[in-house]
Design a binder for this molecule. Structure first.
Ligand code: ADP
Ligand code: ZN
Length: 213
């Protein structure tokens, strides 16, 4: 960003589906800030302990240490006055107030770099990310590769039976899909299939699960 003069802060948002490289891009920007001898603090939600309790880890294995928080208020408490760059991963899990809290950090003069999913497993806008996009100075939207056809993928396909908004997991629970291959009702269909088969006999249910995956 070269449009900002003086010590004004700003918000950069990195969005896209799972596997699109959001964590990689966040880590890249934070590493460059560290190389530039800037004071950096990095946060991720308690809910996401997939790979490491103490760090952000990308699907390709890049890692940077981070602090665990429950919401944006905790970030404000933990941010040191001298911190210049604040990195936040998986922001969609940090609650509604994260938008106002990021704005506060920017008003304090900090460069705030936030990564998160912009849509959920049904393809719906994943609050509060859309509101964060609305107030950000800079937005980067990344695409993954569709696991079905190889086209650019904008969606996170859930391939397990759950209709909860938040099911944290990586290996085998989600895959990237393009708009043509995305099946928003798949999780629902797997549940229905299981219920149907479960009602007739159990071994058939197990067979149904495997074929649905
Ligand atoms: P995100 O934070 O958006 O989930 P990550 O930065 O953790 O993404 O991981 C991106 C990496 O995931 C890629 O560099 C690649 O090595 C790997 N990857 C696995 N599946 C895919 C896919 N379908 N499309 C693109 N990259 C993928
Ligand atoms: Zn596709």
């Amino acid at each position: 960003m070269d449009i900002v003069k003086g010590n004004m802060g700003w918000i950069e948002v990195i969005v896209g589906p799972m596997f699109s490289g959001k964590s990689e891009e966040l880590i890249r920007r934070l590493r460059r800030a560290e190389i530039g001898k800037q004071r950096v603090q990095i946060f991720k939600p308690v809910i996401d302990q997939r790979y490491s309790k103490n760090g952000i880890v990308s699907h390709s294995g890049l890692e940077i240490s981070s602090e665990l928080v429950r919401n944006g208020a905790e970030i404000l408490e933990k941010v040191a006055p001298r911190t210049e760059v604040v990195g936040i991963d998986e922001a969609q899990f940090l609650g509604d107030t994260i938008v106002a809290d990021c704005a506060k950090l920017a008003e304090l003069g900090k460069r705030v770099i936030v990564a998160g999913l912009d849509t959920d497993f049904m393809g719906r806008p994943f609050e509060p990310m859309p509101r964060l996009l609305a107030v950000a100075e800079e937005i980067t939207k990344l695409l993954a590769i569709c696991m079905r056809c190889g086209n650019p993928a904008v969606h996170t396909q859930r391939i397990v039976a759950s209709e909860e908004l938040i099911v944290v997991g990586a290996g085998g629970m989600y895959e990237a899909r393009c708009r043509r291959c995305f099946e928003p009702q798949l999780a629902h269909q797997i549940i229905e299939e299981q219920e149907k088969r479960g009602a007739s006999n159990a071994p058939a249910a197990a067979r149904g699960m495997r074929s649905a995956f």
